[in-house]
Design a protein around this ligand. Structure first.
Ligand code: HEM
Length: 516
């Protein structure tokens, strides 16, 4: 046996008894990788600190870490479901204009200062860019079989303009709303009947928020699909319950994808799968509902104004069928929780003002079918709704990307800066409103300084403003008038509010509807 042969053989025998000495020693590699990562992290941290140091003279804000940006705050100091409180705290720490950093290194400027907010909201963009929700965008782009675009809520530029022009004209028209009023009136009456049937002897309605969600579903689906779907029947169908749960899961997943660890971008995490499941559930149910609504069209042709929006959308040749379906999905998901939460907040705030409830009742005409004119004639109803939107808006901030450079609170922001306009926080600042943190509906009838009505923007501003505003205004007026005519509202303690990508009451909510 040659010498190398002996060596190899002895090595071969030895390998049976002990770990072979490696031909190449890899053992130092993990340590080396770790060391390289540490060096990179430290270098980036130093660079970030230096950049932050420069930035600090321009924009204050929390410390950004490499790869995490300022999102680490939501994994320790703040809770994601209390985002509204997190922002209040950050405004206290850093002032009314501060910057956060995304894990990708982009800046997000938060604003609660009056002049700056007014400037951002007034900016007359022709195609306002509202940053899309990334998880929706990624998923919808992965399903061209179902989606021709990312949809009205998330699309930008000319594509957004095309969808907006063709899909919202009916929804924003006063005539269409006037035509929908009789059916809306029936929906409100059915909601009151449901409340009545769920009331205990002392007036308590447990799970009030879930009932308002059903009301949101019935009215928004009725508006968009042109037919009643039975969400307000005492025993709701499994399909209705599934749709309501999917809409909630959809919002929560969007919130977690934005503020949580961005791991879903690299692998199909539980969060991503939850989102996909909710989107697919909504898509399946909305597709079924649309098919049913189309069949109804053939049976009861032209039945009335209630079907106008659905039919116009369906028959519009300028829009791809996939976009029509996505639009109905977007309208329904954008409308249900916002409407339901707004009603809970309104009644909760009013429960603290029994005197204002009496004022409302005294102003209401006694007939049971209200016209829009009747409602407009009750200024106390309008004042209560407006004040609730000021103090507790379900969308407490608006997102925009600046079209042109802007000087905000003495800081120069280049075009393309991602801005969060915190209208909700600004409305609770004493320099903007008299007794800013209190529910004072009277302020909308006799103004007491300071008073900054331009800051109240519960439906957003400009061309991307909520197309459901007119409908929501009408429905909230009707509901409040009808509820106040029948009952006074009582609530014990403070409502627990959380951020589910929208401000929402922590479920379940119990309040009392007590006969006058
Ligand atoms: C109280 C109820 C509601 C509130 C507080 C609300 C609030 C908002 C807000 C703040 C925006 C963003 C606006 C902006 O960026 O300037 C928005 C957009 C939108 N809302 Fe609503 N909304 C409500 C109900 C509805 C309803 C009932 C519908 C549909 C029937 C709807 C459909 C939409 C759509 C499609 C958008 C996107 C518009 C676009 O990007 O062009 N919303 N809403």
């Amino acid at each position: 046996m040659s010498l190398p042969g002996v060596f190899l053989f002895s090595h071969y025998v030895e390998s049976f008894w002990s770990t072979p000495p490696p031909l190449v020693d890899w053992s130092y590699v993990p340590t080396l990788v770790l060391a390289v990562i540490l060096v990179v992290v430290a270098a980036t941290a130093l660079a970030a600190r230096a950049a932050d140091g420069k930035q600090a003279t321009r924009l204050p804000g929390p410390q950004a870490l490499p790869f995490l940006g300022t999102r680490w705050l939501f994994w320790g100091r703040y809770k994601m479901n209390k985002l509204h409180e997190a922002y209040e705290d950050m405004f206290r720490r850093y002032g009314p204009v501060f910057v956060e950093t995304t894990p990708g290194g982009a800046s997000v400027v938060s604003i609660a200062e009056r002049a700056a907010l007014e400037a951002v909201l007034r900016a007359p963009a022709k195609r306002p860019y509202r940053p899309p929700t990334e998880i929706v965008q990624v998923y919808r782009r992965s399903r061209p079989d179902r989606y021709a675009s990312t949809g009205l809520v998330n699309e930008q530029g000319e594509k957004w303009h095309h969808l907006r022009r063709h899909l919202t004209a009916e929804l924003t028209s006063p005539n269409t709303m006037q035509g929908f009023l009789p059916e809306l009136n029936n929906i409100c009456d059915d909601f009151l009947e449901l409340l009545e049937s769920c009331r205990r002897s002392d007036g308590t309605v447990a799970g009030f928020d879930q009932l308002t969600n059903r009301m949101g579903l019935e009215s928004v689906c009725g508006l968009m699909l042109g037919s009643r779907l039975g969400f307000l029947e005492r025993w709701m169908s499994g399909r209705a319950a599934t749709l309501a749960a999917a809409v909630k899961a959809h919002f929560r997943a969007q919130r977690d994808s934005y503020y949580g660890a961005p791991l879903w971008k690299f692998a199909p995490t539980t969060l991503y799968r939850t989102f996909v499941k909710s989107e697919e559930t909504i898509h399946t149910i909305v597709s079924e509902l649309m098919e049913e609504a189309k069949t109804k069209k053939q049976g009861t042709a032209n039945d009335d104004a209630m079907r106008e929006i659905f039919l116009r959308i369906l028959e519009n040749p300028a829009v791809d069928m996939r976009d029509k379906k996505a639009a109905v999905i977007d309208f329904i998901t954008a409308g249900i929780e916002t409407l339901a939460n707004s009603l809970v907040f309104l009644l909760y705030l009013l429960s603290g003002r029994p005197d204002w409830q009496r004022v409302i009742r005294s102003e209401l005409p006694s007939c049971s079918t209200r016209t829009a004119e009747d409602l407009a004639a009750a200024p106390s109803v309008r004042a209560a709704i407006y004040e609730a939107f000021r103090l507790l808006p379900t969308a407490p901030f608006l997102a925009r990307v600046l079209d042109t450079p802007m000087t905000v609170g003495g800081h120069k922001l280049p075009a393309g800066t991602f801005v969060l306009a915190h209208t909700g926080a600004a409305c609770r600042r004493e320099e903007n409103f008299y007794r800013a943190r209190e529910f004072v509906p009277e302020r909308w009838l006799t103004h007491a300084a300071p008073h900054a009505p331009a800051l109240v923007a519960p439906f957003g501003r400009g061309r991307r403003m909520c197309p459901g505003k007119r409908f929501v205004d009408l429905e909230l007026h009707l509901l409040l008038a009808k509820i106040m005519q029948k009952w006074r509202v009582e609530f014990d303690g403070e409502l627990d509010i959380q951020f589910d990508f929208l401000l929402a009451p922590k479920s379940p909510v119990s309040l009392r509807l007590v006969e006058w």
